[in-house]
Design a protein around this ligand. Structure first.
Ligand code: GLA
Length: 321
């Protein structure tokens, strides 16, 4: 009987994990036992790869890529174009032509170092959360104009023709944001932009969204003919910034989380033919970005493994089918 996530889900999709260099030593066994796809949590973002003086620093990402290669794990690139964690020098004293050249040379450098990765997030989080607005106000958009998303997908694809390019965003399963994401994806497809997939970040919590909404979203994105990845999955114990610190262990919350994860993975299995990978954002609870965010000092328990690297109730619920 399969006891690891990657074996159990081998007939369905890859099971991935995002982590940083600091996780390698303490979590190496857990990472290589359960997962067969890797995303660098920060190390492959432009601000990690490029120093303010323009020099490249591949050292930290190299450590993660080496671990992935030694263990035959897929590597998902994250991310080329984003409003965060990008050197501000990219946007200083620039013109549309210059900025596209900066992007070209960045994508080229990453390709020279790592080759063409199979999949890469071309654009991250370009849709605005505020109801009345469509696109997010970003430095890329300010320089390149409203059609910058189509432009950058094309520019990137010329350099890495063998990489499947993804659009990646959060609140992927909240109806209002989903409609805006669908509008963007449809327009890109209609214009013949080389987009292969949609990444649903899937930063959920035990209260919201309803798993039926997740199912509706997967159906709607897949209906466009795109491949899907569940790219940054975690299930917080709190509805964003609402809720006081819970105690742990906590049978009531543990059960709620296990039920949520169980339902989610049932939907993922149902739509497995559209899903390339399901990637968790973090290995074990104690290294989650949700510790202290969005409420400072608040501990969270959003993953399948606890602080002692032991499987939680949620793990067994994902494995129980
Ligand atoms: C977003 C980004 C990720 C990461 C998380 C928080 O979802 O896409 O790269 O920064 O926020 O850790």
């Amino acid at each position: 009987m399969a006891e690891t996530l990657k074996e159990k889900y081998a007939p369905y999709f890859k099971v991935g994990v995002a982590f940083g260099t600091w996780d390698i030593e303490p979590k190496k066994d857990l990472i290589t036992t359960h997962f067969n796809s890797v995303t660098c949590a920060n190390e492959m973002k432009p601000s990690s790869l490029v120093r303010p003086n323009g020099e490249y620093n591949f050292g930290p990402a190299d450590q993660i890529v080496a671990l992935a290669k030694e263990n035959n794990m897929a590597i998902h690139g994250h991310t080329y174009v984003w409003h965060n964690q990008t050197p501000k020098e990219f946007f200083e004293n620039t013109t549309p032509e210059k900025l596209l050249d900066t992007l070209r040379s960045y994508v080229q450098k990453v390709k020279e170092h790592y080759g063409e990765l199979a999949t890469f997030d071309a654009v991250n989080e370009a849709i605005e959360d505020k109801s009345e607005e469509y696109l997010r106000d970003t430095p890329w958009r300010r320089v390149l104009g409203d059609d910058y998303i189509a432009t950058v997908f094309r520019v990137i694809k010329e350099i890495v023709p063998n990489t499947e390019l993804y659009y990646n965003d959060y609140n992927d399963s909240f109806p209002e944001k989903r409609e805006k994401i669908l509008r963007l994806l449809k327009s890109l497809i209609a214009e013949g932009v080389p987009i292969s997939g949609m990444g649903l970040q899937s930063h959920y919590n035990i209260f919201t969204p309803d798993v039926d909404e997740v199912k509706r979203s997967i159906e709607a994105y897949a209906a466009l003919g795109l491949k899907l990845r569940i790219s940054e999955l975690d299930v917080s114990m709190y509805n964003h910034d609402i809720g006081e610190q819970i105690s742990w262990p906590n049978p009531e919350y543990s059960k709620k989380q296990a039920d949520f994860y169980g339902k989610l993975f049932k939907v993922y299995r149902e739509y497995a033919k559209h899903i390339d990978a399901v990637t968790f954002w973090g290995v074990a609870d104690n290294d989650s970005w949700l510790n202290g965010f969005p409420v400072r000092g608040r501990r969270n328990y959003p993953l399948l493994f606890d602080d002692n690297k032991q499987p939680k109730e949620a793990f067994y619920s994902v494995m129980d089918f």
